[in-house]
Design a protein around this ligand. Structure first.
Ligand code: PRP
Length: 177
């Protein structure tokens, strides 16, 4: 195997682990929605684009894909307000919606999305998240979760540091210096 990029200290979730889990999650979703109407898959840009592409190609039930882009102010401060940069193209009233996120860190983005999207009266609203950082104060329901990971800065498989490392096939810890 190639050497790890010098910015990275270790692999946290390997490419094989990701691909296996993505297949399992797609199988679970396909089973849970096998009798329902078309799913409306909402990917949160930018980070979710790779996870969403792999996940949706493994779904065996009808689905449409849409995207939202969000920005959060002061990620490291307690304010952490979230706002919509790009909204969905269609109303979601009466649809079975699944939010697809690469990571839940503080949980603010997902909390905000739940509140906003719930207000649009979907038939159902679920979330599918590849990795969740282990924090004591996180209390958001995630119906489809890939992995719990330690509270360290990770990149790869959609996750970035200053827009770098998003296209790595694995998730790795960034070195701190
Ligand atoms: C990341 C990630 C989530 C959010 C999670 O997005 O894609 O949307 O942070 O963090 P939270 O749980 O603390 O709210 P980011 O703002 O880094 O933008 P990007 O996806 O465009 O890189």
């Amino acid at each position: 195997m190639n050497a790890l990029h010098p910015d990275l200290s270790r692999i946290v979730v390997s490419a094989d682990q990701i691909q296996t889990r993505v297949k399992e999650l797609a199988g679970q979703i396909s089973t849970d929605f096998s009798n329902g109407d078309q799913l409306y898959i909402v990917g949160i840009l930018k980070g979710a684009f790779i996870f969403l592409a792999d996940l949706t190609r493994q779904l065996t039930v009808p689905h449409a894909v849409d995207f939202m882009a969000l920005s959060s102010y002061g990620k490291t401060t307690s304010s952490g307000a979230v706002r919509i940069l790009m909204d969905l193209r269609e109303p979601i009233e009466g649809k079975n919606v699944i939010i697809v996120e690469d990571i839940v860190d503080t949980g603010r983005t997902l909390e905000y999305l739940y509140r906003i999207l719930k207000g649009r009266k979907p038939a159902s609203l679920h979330s599918c998240v590849l990795v969740r950082k282990q924090r004591d104060n996180l209390n958001i329901p995630i119906e489809y979760l890939g992995f719990d990971i330690p509270d360290v800065w990770v990149v790869g498989y959609g996750l970035d540091f200053a827009d770098k490392h998003r296209t790595l096939p694995y998730i790795a810890e960034l070195k701190r210096d």
